[in-house]
Each structure stands twice: as structure tokens, then as C-alpha cells.
Write a new protein. Structure first.
Length: 768
């Protein structure tokens, strides 16, 4: 057993010793309270550090860049890359009819090939985000993938069959996934908050410029140089390679240089320098980050909005060429001019929106999302009107207006989304939004349009997208209601982490486990409400209450089997709120679930070996733990080759408690130790709990039986309906019949009238 770094405790310390123990616990909790007070005090300064000041009036771009020492190169280089990335898509969109005719494939097969590319892009985003999550290598990834897709774009001109087209597009999709996953996170980290909206608008403008260059290149190639679609792809590949060369000087500035670090500096200005060391044992891994993001209310809503928006955007772009060909008889040249004209509307809109959007964000991120929702509604309306316009100039104006207002969606959504999450999680958020937009929404939209197009034609298919487009706008409006709270939460987390590091560097003692303001829900049913729960090194804590009080749910939150919707879990000062359960076992948290502590079809020995899995290949440690378990529980040694399902209830609990001897946790969570067991067996198990605790392991004992729990503890919590109703000395809980009566059967409190003292000085209470 690991010994406590501070002291070993007796199982029960009556009288003055118990008072001193509880006083120590409360002193540690007061240190955590100081962190929360500092968080509340510094929150506004933290919001200003990430660019939300409540005031508009941003300065000129030139002044802001000069003040911070940044330049336009990162935005220009990334803009050049996204511009040429658009070229392949432009060629596919405009030359679709010619490609299908040349290769002898159907319209549906061609759309399917584009869908495969979209799916590959979608699948490749997450691995790229995983590559860059720990080290700032985003610039290298951007440039290397740019060279790859340049080569593959040129190779598209040499395909000779549908399968060849499918293969090349799939590889190109894998390379171009970096655009969605890495470009904008790198761009945001390259600039301070005062210019980010303008940089994002510039980047989006470059994306739109690609929509001009592509159609013009196709038009010039087709009309003047007599290039076929194959020659156009080769030319596009050469241009893309040139943009990749121009981006070779890109550098990654690191995560959160202009926001996360600025919030930390707010704390450091108050408390002084703190330890910068990162604890790899509790830093979130890739899937933990992805799961964490989906629990943030605003991110969840933005992802849903992206999925619904994708049902509109991906099919809309695919079928617009066919609409122009069938309704207005536009050939490649005419379609090229039309698509080249659309960015002439969107680029000025982005230019005007950049500075205004900066002002709106500084005043309120919620307003920015409301603007995005309004833009969505206006754009959908304009597209619907364009489908029925009687003359072509009006079609151009209506589609141009739609492209203009839809162009501002990307920066208007991206900036709030990135502002409410830690900087190193932005590639993951970008990847998830890309998956929602193209993978989920785009796939669903193309599948839907396939049937509508065959019956009503391209115009009917595009018109059918008005419903998901409007729905996306409505979802964005709901995100506006949560974004401010999520921004505060992100700022609070940074401040709390920095304050905790400051306290530990000064030698201030903190609780081993501190759960603060925990809310937890099963679906729509909330079970825990603002729960604060603290455990000190080496103590035994009783967590009391009947079924439905939330005791087992709180243990699930501590062990990682359940993730809270609000609040934090810190272990030895480190934030483990979203750490996977198996990683919590590795840092010293083990749970013995009530009635489910064994694998029934496995033998006793196999159960113990399974418990030792966390030790990897260190067989000697596992074997030593098994021998320690058999020494502690001789009956298990006698039944070592017996199936666990054939053991008695008490023996199964012994097997569950053996986790303490094999895993050697710092914190052992025991759920319903006495459930269904005879008093004699319970007594034996309690003796073993005392022994485990005496060797330095802190224990949380969840019980319905007040007798059982208070026979071994000096510190007790009492839960009712998901709330902590009591936190203090166990003896004081016995003097609170109002609490006990509110939860237990009437007979439980009748026993309080004439209690006989137990061995530890506590009066026994029957819970019947």
C-alpha cells in the first residue's frame, strides 16, 4: 500500500482528534475556496484577455499589427493555400458534365466520387488533429500536405476511368483534410484577438478568391488555350505547388500565445511566477478532448448547426452547375463566368464584415452568433427566390447576395467557437465541425437530393434544402444563449489551473480529491446538483443516503465512468474532470462497484490477473499483489480456481476489495460494501477496510447502513435528492435526526433515542 505523504490516520479519532481532523479538512477546502474567489475576481480581466471587453471600437489593422509585432504573412500564406485548395473543387464542380461524358460515367457516379473524397477528408481530419495536439507542428503539416494535394490534383488529369478518378480524389481528400483541421487554428494562434475576425475574413476571402481563379482558369483554358478538363487539372496542380512553395516560411507560434497565455498572465500578475511544468499523466488524450468538446453546450449546438448546414451547402454546390446547365443552358464557359462572379459579391461582404464583426465579438460573442443565424436565413431566402427568377441577371444578383451573406458564416461561427475552448483543442473542434458539415450533413444532403433530383430536377433539389438551411439558423440562435457562459467557463478553468499551481508552488496543502459544483444528468434527468465533495490523504469518508440520493452517481463522476455537465474534479491539485476511467486507475483511483465487483465466468485467479492489467507486463508486481490478496483473504486462496459466480456474496466482496492490494490506489471508492451480507461478514470486511486505510489509502465508503458506515469513519457526508445536506463529524450526523428521518425508514431514527455506545464512541443506528 502507498503510504500517505502527510500522515497515516487511525480509523477513528474520537473527541478532540476528530475535531482537529475535520478542521484540517475544512482548512484545505478553504484553500480551494480561495481559488474560486480569485476566479470570480479575475474573470472580467480574463475575458478582456481573450478579446471580449464589452466595448467596440477596434483600432486599425495596421496599428494592431504594429503594436503586437505581427505581420500579414501567416494570413497571406494560409490564404494562398486555401485558395489553391479550392481549385480542384472548382474544376470538379464546373467541368462535371464534361468529366462524366469523357469517362462515360453517370451523374450519380460522379457525385458518388465527390462524396468519397468528402468522406476521406472527413475521416482524415481527426488523425491530423491528433498529430498536432501535443506539439506545435501545424505549420509543417500545412505545407507538407499542400505539396501532396498539388501532386494529386495534377494527377487527376491523367485518370482514365471512374475507379481512377475515385482513387485520386480519395488520396487528395486525405491530404486536403489539413485545411479544415489545421489552417484556422494556426491562423487564430498567429494573431491577437484584436485582429482575428479580420484575419479570418481575409482567409475566407482568399477561399472565395479561389472560386474566382478556378472558373477563370477553366474559362481561359477552355476558350482561349483550348485546354480540356485534363489540361486544366494539370495547370491547377502546378499553381498549387507554387502556393506551397510560397508558404515554406510559415511557423507555428505555439498554442494560445495571444489568449490562453494572456489569461495566465492575469493570474501571474497577481500571484507571481508559477511552475510551468505540464503533468502528462492527466493531460487529456485525443478521444478525451473530442469527448470533452461535445459536452460544451455551445460546441454541441454549433456541431448540430454545421451538420444541418452541411445538408444544404454540399449538395447545393454540387447541383448548382446542373441547374445552370438545364435551366439557363450555360456551357462550361458560361458556368465559369457565373461562378467567378459569385466571389465578387462575397469578398466585399467579408471585407466589410471583418471590422464590424470584430466590434460585435468584443461587445458580445452571443450577438455574433445571432448575426450568423440571420445571415443563414437571408441567404436561404435569396437562393429560393433565385430558383424562380424570370431573367438571368436577377438570378445572378440573387445568388450573389446569397453567396455574400453566407460567406460571413464561417468567420462569424469560427471565432466564438475557438474563443470558448482551450487553444490546444482548436484543431479537434475544427475537425469535428468539418465532420459535421461535410461528413454528416453533406452525406445526408446528397442522399436526400439523389431522390429529389430524379423527380423534380436540380431546382427542386436545391429548393428542398430551404428546410435544413432554416433549421441550421435556428440552432445557431440557441447557441447564442450559451456562448457567454461557456466563455466564462473556459476563462475560469485557466484561472483555476494557474491559481492551483501558484498555491502548490507555495507549499499550500490542498485536498487529495476535490469535487466542486458538480452537476450530472442522465439524459434530461439531472441527478447531482452543485455537489462539493472533498477527501483528504489517508482518511476514510462515509457517503450516506438511500437509493436515488446520488451516492453511486457521485462515485461514477470521481472514477470517470460519468462526466459532469458542470463542475470540476481535481485529484492532488490536477484537473481530471474529463480523464478516461482507465487513466484514473493509473494515477491512483480505484472503484469497487456494489454487487458488480467481479467477472462471474472467470476464476478467482483470473479476476485478480485482470485487475493487474494496469501494471502492463510487470508480472512480478501482479503476482505480489495476488499473494497479498490471498494473505488478506485466506478464503479466496482456498477458492483460487473456483468461478467467481459461485462465490458467496461476502467472498465476492473480498475479491472486489483485492483491487486495493493489486492496484495499490491512493483513493479507493467502495460502493455498498454491506449490501445483502450477514453482519459477521460485514465486520470482517470492515476490518480489512481499516487495514487498507491504515496503510495509507484514502477510502470513500458509500453506504445505506448508518451503523456500518459510522463504525469506521470520523468524517461523513449525507446526500439527499442529489445534494449534499451534511458535511462534518460523524458523531454530529447522529445528532441530526431531521436528516436521517428525511431519508431513512422511521425505525432508523427510533434507535437514536437510547443508543448504546459502540467501540469507537459512536451510537449505533439501525437503518433496517
Amino acid at each position: 500500500m502507498p503510504s500517505s505523504p502527510n500522515r497515516r490516520r487511525q480509523a477513528v479519532a474520537p473527541g478532540a482528534a476528530a475535531d482537529a481532523h475535520i478542521a484540517t479538512i475544512h482548512a484545505e477546502e478553504e484553500a480551494v475556496d480561495e481559488v474560486e474567489l480569485a476566479r470570480d475576481r479575475l474573470r472580467e480581466a480574463g475575458r478582456e484577455a481573450v478579446g471580449v471587453t464589452g466595448l467596440g471600437g477596434v483600432g486599425s489593422l495596421r496599428e494592431a499589427l504594429a503594436t503586437t509585432g505581427t505581420g500579414l504573412y501567416p494570413a497571406v500564406a494560409l490564404g494562398g493555400l486555401v485558395m489553391v485548395d479550392q481549385l480542384q473543387s472548382s474544376v470538379l464542380t464546373i467541368m462535371g458534365p464534361e468529366i462524366t461524358t469523357s469517362l462515360g460515367i453517370s451523374r450519380a457516379s460522379f457525385a458518388g466520387a465527390i462524396l468519397v473524397k468528402t468522406l476521406v477528408v472527413t475521416l482524415a481530419m481527426l488523425p491530423i488533429a491528433a498529430v498536432v495536439q501535443r506539439r506545435a507542428t501545424r505549420a509543417v503539416v500545412c505545407v507538407s500536405t499542400a505539396f501532396a494535394w498539388s501532386l494529386l490534383t495534377g494527377a487527376t488529369g491523367f485518370v482514365a476511368s471512374a475507379w481512377g478518378l475515385l482513387f485520386v480524389l480519395a488520396l487528395a481528400g486525405a491530404a486536403t483534410a489539413s485545411v479544415q483541421a489545421v489552417h484556422q487554428p494556426l491562423l487564430v494562434d498567429s494573431y491577437p484577438p484584436t485582429v482575428r475576425m479580420r484575419m479570418l475574413s481575409l482567409y475566407r476571402g482568399a477561399n472565395s478568391a479561389g472560386d474566382i481563379v478556378g472558373p477563370l482558369l477553366i474559362g481561359v483554358g477552355a476558350a482561349m488555350v483550348d485546354l480540356t478538363w485534363r489540361g486544366v487539372f494539370v495547370a491547377v496542380g502546378v499553381i498549387s505547388a507554387g502556393a506551397a512553395v510560397a508558404a515554406l516560411r510559415l511557423r507555428d507560434p505555439g498554442f494560445g500565445r495571444w489568449d490562453t497565455e494572456q489569461v495566465r498572465n492575469v493570474v501571474r500578475d497577481e500571484v507571481g511566477a508559477v511552475d510551468e511544468a505540464e503533468d502528462r499523466d492527466t493531460s487529456l488524450g485525443f478521444f478525451e478532448i473530442a469527448r470533452r468538446l461535445t459536452l460544451i453546450p455551445t460546441i454541441k449546438r454549433i456541431l448540430v448547426a454545421h451538420a444541418v448546414l452541411g445538408m444544404f451547402l454540399a449538395p447545393f454546390i454540387t447541383y448548382l452547375s446542373f441547374f445552370l446547365q438545364e435551366r439557363w443552358n450555360l456551357g462550361p464557359g458560361g458556368r465559369s463566368v457565373f461562378f467567378a462572379a459569385m466571389p465578387l459579391f462575397s469578398i466585399p461582404a467579408l471585407s466589410a464584415f471583418g471590422r464590424r464583426g470584430e466590434d460585435i465579438f468584443r461587445e458580445s460573442p452571443a450577438r455574433l452568433l445571432q448575426v450568423a443565424a440571420a445571415s443563414m436565413a437571408i441567404g436561404i431566402t435569396a437562393i429560393a427566390l433565385a430558383l424562380f427568377a424570370p431573367v438571368f441577371p436577377l438570378v445572378v444578383l440573387l445568388f450573389g447576395g446569397a453567396f455574400a451573406v453566407l460567406a460571413v458564416l464561417a468567420p462569424a461561427i469560427t471565432l466564438p467557437m475557438f474563443a470558448i475552448i482551450p487553444s490546444h483543442m482548436r484543431p479537434h473542434a475544427a475537425a469535428l465541425s468539418g465532420i459535421a458539415l461535410a461528413g454528416v450533413g453533406g452525406t445526408a444532403g446528397l442522399m436526400l437530393l439523389g431522390g429529389v433530383d430524379r423527380r423534380f430536377g436540380p431546382a427542386g433539389a436545391i429548393l428542398s434544402l430551404a428546410i435544413p438551411g432554416i433549421a441550421a439558423g435556428l440552432v445557431l440562435r440557441t447557441a447564442a444563449r450559451t456562448v457567454e457562459d461557456d466563455l466564462d467557463r473556459m476563462v475560469d478553468e485557466i484561472i483555476e489551473g494557474e491559481e492551483i499551481r501558484a498555491l502548490t508552488s507555495r507549499g499550500v496543502r490542498l485536498p487529495m480529491l476535490a469535487c466542486r459544483h458538480i452537476d450530472f444528468s442522465y439524459g434530461q434527468l439531472q441527478v447531482l446538483f452543485d455537489v462539493n465533495f472533498t477527501v483528504d490523504d489517508g482518511e476514510i469518508v462515509a457517503l450516506l443516503g438511500t437509493n436515488g440520493a446520488g451516492k453511486s452517481t457521485l462515485l461514477r463522476v470521481v472514477s470517470g465512468l460519468g462526466l459532469p455537465s458542470r463542475g470540476s474534479v481535481r485529484f492532488r491539485g490536477l484537473d481530471i474532470t474529463y480523464l478516461d476511467p482507465e487513466r484514473r486507475v493509473g494515477i491512483g483511483i480505484t472503484q469497487v462497484p456494489g454487487g458488480r465487483a467481479v467477472f462471474g465466468p472467470m476464476t478467482v485467479v483470473d479476476n485478480l490477473i485482470a485487475l493487474g492489467h494496469t501494471h502492463g507486463r510487470n508480472r512480478r508486481v501482479v503476482e505480489a499483489g495476488i499473494e497479498a490478496s490471498f494473505e488478506a483473504f485466506p478464503r479466496l486462496a482456498e477458492r483460487r480456481n473456483q468461478l467467481a459466480s459461485t462465490l458467496s456474496g461476502g467472498e465476492q466482496q473480498m475479491l472486489g476489495l483485492s483491487a486495493a492490494f493489486i492496484l495499490r490506489p491512493r483513493l479507493l471508492l467502495i460502493d455498498e460494501l454491506s449490501l445483502g451480507l450477514a453482519p459477521k461478514v460485514v465486520g470482517e470486511l470492515l476490518d480489512m477496510v481499516r487495514r487498507i486505510n491504515g496503510e495509507g489509502t484514502a477510502v470513500v465508503l458509500v453506504e445505506q447502513s448508518v451503523n456500518v458506515a459510522l463504525s469506521v469513519v470520523e468524517h461523513a457526508y449525507f446526500m439527499e435528492k442529489g445534494e449534499i445536506r451534511f458535511d462534518g463529524k460523524a458523531a454530529e450526523l447522529l445528532a441530526r435526526p431531521d436528516l436521517l428521518r428525511s431519508v431513512f425508514l422511521e425505525g432508523a431514527t427510533k434507535g437514536l433515542a437510547t443508543p448504546a455506545p459502540s467501540a469507537n464512541g459512536h451510537a449505533p443506528v439501525s437503518s433496517r
